[in-house]
Design a protein around this ligand. Structure first.
Ligand code: DX5
Ligand code: ZN
Length: 231
């Protein structure tokens, strides 16, 4: 399995102190910071856009990898907007995860085009699948090496603090069998406990919001426990 990565989801942070919260997570041992971008259309929630993202980038500096999870109906538009304010000539410090579902049944050419565009920006392309989407759906993207990571959602996207859906992990098993070196990310209801089953299923990149932020000053212990589960 590829290297273990722990990515706290800023969705559960104190947004009144976004920059400080981001830095606190880095000091607590976070590898990446997970940035949930919701547009009020793809999901029934609204988070942040390029203006706030730019503030976050300035707060943490260029060395930090910001793992953007676009839960938006128009990922191509928002990827461009975020890339413009990311603050670098090359966007290698930005992950761009879009949802497979937004392109629909005949959407493979559009999805491939978006992946090519993300690579042209030097950012890191990834595709996410919600609980009802089968893993087979993303095989054409993997066959073309269009993405570096698949995000297997273990809750319905839209909100933090939901119950983990273990039945989604069979998709990670399916992908891991076929792609031993692929980064497989899991997001939704991840705690040190559920992380163990996610790791067994083949996931190596853990996103966790409420479990980490809910621990308050003990966030570093939760991050360490999550890492231990996937290492
Ligand atoms: C949900 C988001 C997640 C969320 C996870 O739509 O994609 O990143 O923050 O939160 P927890 O870890 O609380 O389930
Ligand atoms: Zn997310």
């Amino acid at each position: 399995r590829p290297v273990a990565i722990v990515a706290p989801s800023l969705l559960s942070c104190d947004f009144g102190n976004l920059g400080a919260e981001a830095k606190r997570m880095l000091a607590a041992g976070a590898d990446w910071l997970h940035v949930d971008v919701m547009d009020g259309h793809f999901v029934d929630n609204l988070t942040l856009g390029p203006v706030v993202y730019q503030g976050l980038r300035r707060a943490v500096g260029d060395a930090v990898f910001l793992d953007c999870h676009f839960m938006t109906t128009a990922p191509s538009f928002w990827v461009e907007a975020f890339a413009r304010v990311n603050g670098h000539s090359d966007q290698a410090n930005m992950g761009c995860t879009f949802h497979y579902e937004v392109f629909g049944e005949d959407g493979l050419p559009l999805a491939l085009e978006l992946c090519r565009r993300i690579r042209a920006l030097s950012a890191r392309p990834a595709v996410a699948i919600r609980p009802s989407t089968p893993a087979q759906a993303v095989l054409p993207l993997l066959e073309e090496a269009a993405v570096d990571m698949v995000l297997v959602m273990t809750v319905e996207p839209g909100h933090g603090g939901q119950r983990f859906m273990p039945e989604c992990l069979s998709k990670a098993v399916f992908l891991r069998e076929r792609y031993p070196n692929l980064d497989i990310q899991v997001d939704g209801g991840i705690t040190p406990e559920t992380a163990k089953s996610a790791a067994q299923a083949g996931c190596n990149v853990l996103v966790s919001g409420s479990a980490i932020f809910g621990a308050g000053p003990n966030a570093s212990q939760v991050i360490a426990a999550l890492r231990e589960a996937v290492e």
